[in-house]
Design a protein around this ligand. Structure first.
Ligand SMILES: Nc1ncnc2c1ncn2[C@@H]1O[C@H](COP(=O)(O)OP(=O)(O)OP(=O)(O)O)[C@@H](O)[C@H]1O
Ligand SMILES: [Mg+2]
Length: 510
């Protein structure tokens, strides 16, 4: 039958390119070309150089197409012929072809004719297209030439399929990572909140009350009281628990990067903006954004934050379209925002927006009943982390000593102290004698001392000075005062400012 090659090429190409599913494209194609070329089965193989084999990834007959994943070993002779012959290979008498007999035997076929065409793009060998039909001498030269017209569109289709599969693989991998990270976070949030039924009872009641709502929550409390774990608990007890939980530490992002970190940027928005980047607000879509240390937010960023809270909308740096957000906001601070508003360090309008549902978290010295449970919890956890076979015992009087201490660094300070005690005790009962600053017991012995009393500040100031004299005035770094106290250096500096403790290595703290 004579056929117009242009029409054949156009019609076949339209079918090959009609879908991203290669097997469906092949099925549509075989139905069409069957009118002109004998065709029982068609296969697409990709070449696996590492295996010295072809992997069949799709096949089709007139009845339908199917995805495949089978390896066909390629005898050396065929490999050379097929992969190094850029023209159409017409096999009309397989038994006469070196190596092909092996393949036909391998598949249990006797008399079969085949057309085989190497698929490549810009010299890169991708794989092979094969058309099989029962019987010998089934293909004429003209049919072989017609079939070879399909090389370009099939090479394109195979290339797209491989890229598409790679994208799907990467997407699956990302989704898997994401699920893993989520379950890790979930595990962290599932961490017992020690004292939930005692010293933290009022806090936990508020958490349960507010978690299901969308309201902004403001967590207030000194450093180390557990603001982070409460923020976690609110997110994971909320209907957004399967969405992202994105934390932003407002005190640590450099001022020049705040905009692009929080709001993202468009490609080319500034020198170095090589890609479009989503900011943390966008990443929190359908989830919760946790703005930690909100009191440290510089004034210009406070203005922008206000806009986000007012309109629930952001604009990427260099962007022209506002992006609306579906997020829940939790903020936390260890500063007294009300005082900061009075001294104009914090915008009053922003404070009003944040102060919708404040949750004050009491300092540890006001819930000393939780200390024994916390000690037990951290001894177990730290021993596990340090890979000890069992947790050490407590020396007599240890709990009393710990309870008498005022804990300016709160739960984190207790956690760090227990870790240090376990490390230096080498399996002996923990007494904390050497680790707890001496001479403080007398001041804090009365547990009912009100938290805001000047006496307590005196205690904290003396304690901080003592640690500073030990570190020779060094605040930062390992073994620095902040490290020993188990608090963030910026928090310690704030506290030093409040308590009017000067800093500098030459200062005499004794
Ligand atoms: N009730 C608690 N039960 C168990 N662990 C706790 C509890 N409270 C705090 N912790 C632990 O103490 C450490 C400090 O808590 P967290 O980081 O939540 O404090 P924070 O208030 O956010 O401090 P900062 O103001 O310095 O950021 C963490 O390791 C946390 O897991
Ligand atoms: Mg925190």
């Amino acid at each position: 039958m004579s056929v117009d090659e242009n029409i054949f090429f156009r019609e076949a190409t339209m079918r090959i390119c009609s879908t991203l599913d290669l097997e469906i494209a092949m099925w549509r194609t075989i139905q069409y070309i069957g009118e002109f070329i004998p065709a029982d089965e068609m296969y697409v193989h990709i070449y696996e150089p590492g295996l010295g084999a072809l992997r069949t990834i799709a096949g089709a007959t007139e009845e339908g197409g199917r995805k495949m994943n089978s390896i066909t070993p390629l005898p050396e002779a065929i490999r050379k012929r097929v992969l190094e012959t850029p023209q159409m290979l017409t096999i009309n008498r397989a038994e006469m072809e070196q190596g092909f007999k092996f393949m036909l035997d391998y598949y249990g076929r006797k008399d079969t004719s085949a057309l085989m065409r190497l698929l490549d793009i810009e010299g890169e060998k991708l794989g092979m297209l094969a058309l099989l039909v029962k019987g010998r001498n089934r293909f004429s030269d003209e049919q072989s030439r017609l079939f070879s017209l399909l090389k370009e569109p099939f090479s394109m289709a195979l290339c797209n399929t491989m890229k598409h599969q790679e994208v799907l693989r990467l997407k699956d991998m990302l989704a898997d990572d994401n699920r893993y990270l989520h379950s890790e976070l979930y595990r962290l949030s599932g961490d017992e909140i020690v004292g939930a039924a005692f010293g933290m009872k009022a806090v936990m009641e508020m958490v349960q009350h507010v978690a299901p709502l969308n309201s902004t929550v403001l967590l207030l409390g000194e450093t180390g009281v557990g603001k982070d774990i409460i923020a976690n608990a609110i997110h994971y007890a909320s209907p957004r628990k399967d969405g992202p939980f994105i934390k932003v530490n407002c005190g640590t992002i450099p001022e020049t990067l705040i905009d692009s970190e929080l709001f993202g940027h468009e490609k080319g928005a500034f020198t170095g903006a090589l890609f479009q980047k989503r900011g943390r607000f966008e990443r929190a879509e359908h989830g919760t954004i946790f703005l930690d240390e909100i009191g440290e937010l510089p004034a210009p960023a406070q203005v922008k934050m206000l806009r986000v809270l007012q309109y629930k909308e952001i604009e990427r740096v260099g962007g022209t379209q506002p992006i609306s957000l579906n997020i829940r906001l939790i903020a936390a601070t260890n500063r007294n925002l009300e005082d900061m508003v009075k001294t104009k360090q914090f915008r009053e309008d922003l404070w009003f927006r944040l102060n919708v549902f404040p949750i004050p978290i009491p300092p540890l010295r006001e819930r000393k009943t939780d200390i024994p449970a916390l000690v037990h919890y951290f001894m177990q956890r730290k021993s596990r982390e340090l890979k000890l076979s069992s947790a050490p015992a407590l020396a007599p009087g240890a709990i009393d000593r710990l309870t008498a201490y005022p804990w300016p660094g709160n739960v984190r300070e207790l956690e760090n102290l227990i870790e240090r005690a376990i490390i230096i005790s080498r399996g002996k009962p923990l007494s904390f004698d050497l680790l707890l600053p001496g001479g403080l017991g007398d001041v804090s012995e009365s547990p009912e001392a009100p938290s805001a009393s000047p006496k307590l500040d005196d205690v904290a100031a003396r304690h901080i000075r003592r640690i500073l004299s030990r570190t020779k005035g060094r605040v930062h770094g390992k073994g620095g005062a902040a490290d020993i106290l188990g608090i963030h250096p910026s928090t310690l500096r704030n506290r030093m400012n409040q308590l009017r403790i000067p800093y500098g290595r030459k200062t005499d703290y004794s």
